[in-house]
Design a protein around this ligand. Structure first.
Ligand code: SF4
Ligand code: SF4
Length: 572
């Protein structure tokens, strides 16, 4: 040490590395670092889950954002450390000079910098950072605690996140006066070969021939998704589905209470709703909702079932069926509507036989559940009146909306908050008194106004591009009396036959709500959609930027390690 060197400079050599130490910070600095760490944690989790899901573009982009934010934070910290170090040096020099002048010694006081009154700029910065951090932390906490804060469905079986609000009327309009019961045999394409009555016999024959030719060409060309193993898989499900019992009155095998010498089950509507929903979850239903039948909601039950039999309500004790009609007792006042998940992993490979398999498989499980519920209700001493035909009995999307399973979307199908459109909807009617559910508002129909991704992706342009849903159907396959984005079902079906070589589903798979990725980020986005529509356009743009909505290679499906039924069964 030289005579004119200040000893404190030696003692403060560590000051060269001060940026490494936790130093005294202002409140705004602490908030900024808190926000930084929170963002890093969310991005890391999102990167990891995208990687696990095989979402390459999302992984790369989220990873880049993570490392970018990490690097930015480190650089800012270094710069501030350097800055603090120079201030410290400057003060040390000042103090040393003062000491030399006064012959006394005093420690440099870092708090002097912090002890100054806040300037207006610092104050605004502090408040701003506090707002952002509290907002981000609050959103995180609200997502994390969403199940606790949410409202339970009837029977209290499960809580939905707080942003899935129960409402009195659906988010798309209904005019009950305009609505009439629908003749499903005449006014739907369900169960018809090709286009049914919406085309001439010659055209239907042509479409059938083209479809067979399409399938054969793809099979013999060994096209991914249409190879022999893909055909075998699809046919494994369609063959067995059609031999399972599908009846209005149910299998009627289970012993009734009187067979066991006891009275039938008695419970409050709320208890019964719980009982049934828990049983149905065990049977494989993803979500269950209940609609009470009255003069208005009876209009959602077909007047004529798909097979041409009339569906009538009568003042009888027991339901019955003859060659002409199926009779529902007026006392059977509750429609049980349930969703069965489809494999998004498979549907993201539409249109192929793999995607077709996923649809058929969901129908198969839906039918199995129907049989199980009919037997369960019989065992309790009640009636369960099911779909006697595929998609029979009543209008599935409308009943699902009223039962609170989801909202009517641009697909003219239900999009659920839990699984997006990746569900099939089934229903049955019972005389077991049940507490009804309410429609929901999770911002889905509102988001559809901005999104339009399904309409853009539809190869034959069968979906509406209108911003607002309308009241006037564009064909007799749709019924008046409700507001919807009416689709051109004939155009859609024609595409299946003429080009796709299987049923389609591209529109389902591109929907931003279809993601089954567990990432916390997706919950944040769903919360934003429900609560802050101002960001909907940005959300749609980000969905594209992160590579969502692009069909997966059907060829790699056979190499995947699939969950049961190819479905991730978590609901949140
Ligand atoms: S299933 Fe295919 S053709 Fe039909 S509406 Fe959806 S994307 Fe269009
Ligand atoms: S893709 Fe977009 S517009 Fe279509 S149903 Fe989904 S959210 Fe609505």
């Amino acid at each position: 040490m030289t005579n004119n060197q200040n000893p404190r400079d030696i003692l403060n050599l560590e000051s060269h590395f001060r940026w490494l130490r936790v130093r005294r910070r202002t409140a705004s600095e602490w908030l900024a670092w808190g926000l930084w760490l929170l963002s890093l944690a969310i991005l890391l989790e999102y990167t990891w889950s995208s990687f696990v899901e095989g979402e390459t573009q999302a992984t790369v982009l989220a990873g880049a954002l993570f490392f970018g934010l990490l690097a930015a934070g480190v650089i800012v910290n270094i710069m501030r450390g350097v800055d603090a170090q120079s201030i410290h040096k400057y003060r040390s020099q000042q103090i040393a000079q003062k000491d030399d002048a006064l012959g006394s010694s005093s420690e440099p006081d870092e708090t002097q910098a912090n002890g100054r009154p806040l300037t207006r700029r610092q104050f605004i910065k502090t408040v701003g950072m506090a707002g952002v951090t509290v907002g981000a932390a609050g959103s995180t906490a609200l997502v994390a605690g969403s199940q606790m804060l949410g409202t339970p469905t009837s029977g209290g079986v499960y809580r939905r996140p707080w942003w899935v609000r129960q409402v009195e009327v659906p988010t798309t309009g209904i005019d009950w006066d305009m609505m009439q019961r629908v003749d499903a045999a005449r006014n739907t394409l369900a169960g018809n070969p090709a286009l049914g009555r919406f085309a001439s016999q010659e055209e239907n024959d042509y479409l059938e021939t083209v479809r067979r030719q399409n399938e054969f060409n793809r099979l013999t060309n060994n096209e991914a998704g249409f190879t022999l193993k893909d055909f075998a898989l699809a046919n494994a499900f369609s063959g067995t589905r059609d031999i399972m019992p599908r009846t209005f009155l149910g299998p009627r095998q289970a012993p009734r209470p009187e067979d066991l010498g006891v009275d039938r089950w008695q419970g409050s509507p709320d208890e019964n709703a719980r009982l049934l929903k828990v049983a149905m979850q065990q049977m494989g239903a993803a979500t269950v909702g209940i609609v009470e039948l009255d003069e208005r909601t009876r209009k959602l039950i077909y007047s004529v079932d798909n097979d041409g039999k009339r569906l009538e309500f009568e003042n009888v004790e027991h339901a019955y069926e003859d060659t002409e009609k199926r009779v529902i007792p007026f006392a059977a006042r509750w429609v049980v509507v349930y969703a069965v998940q489809m494999s998004d992993i498979a549907i993201r490979r539409a249109p192929t036989k793999i995607a077709q398999m996923a649809t058929t498989e969901a129908y198969q499980r839906g039918l199995m559940i129907q049989n199980n519920v009919q037997e369960f209700l019989r065992g309790l001493g009640y009636q369960g009146l099911g779909e006697a035909e595929l998609n029979g009995l009543g209008i599935a999307p409308a009943l699902a909306v009223l039962a609170g399973l989801g909202e009517l979307s641009r697909l003219n199908r239900v999009v659920t908050p839990e699984f997006g459109p990746m569900v099939r909807i089934f229903k049955l009617i019972t005389d077991l008194p049940l507490a009804p559910d309410k429609p929901i508002d999770a911002g889905i129909a509102r988001f559809c106004r901005t999104c339009k991704k399904c309409a853009e992706a539809c190869p034959p342009s069968a979906l509406s591009f209108d911003t607002e849903p309308g009241w006037i159907p564009i064909g007799e396959w749709s019924n008046p009396g409700h507001q919807a984005w009416f689709e051109d079902s004939v155009r859609c079906r024609r595409y299946w036959y003429e080009e796709a070589g299987s049923n389609c589903g591209i529109c389902f798979s591109v929907c931003p709500f279809s993601k089954r990725n567990r990432s916390f980020m997706h919950d944040l986005v769903r919360m934003q959609i429900a609560t802050f529509p101002e960001l909907d356009e940005l959300t749609r743009t980000m969905d594209d930027a992160f590579g969502y909505g692009v069909q997966k290679d059907p060829g790699d499906w056979w190499d995947l390690d699939l969950p049961e039924y190819g479905i991730d069964t978590h609901k949140d």
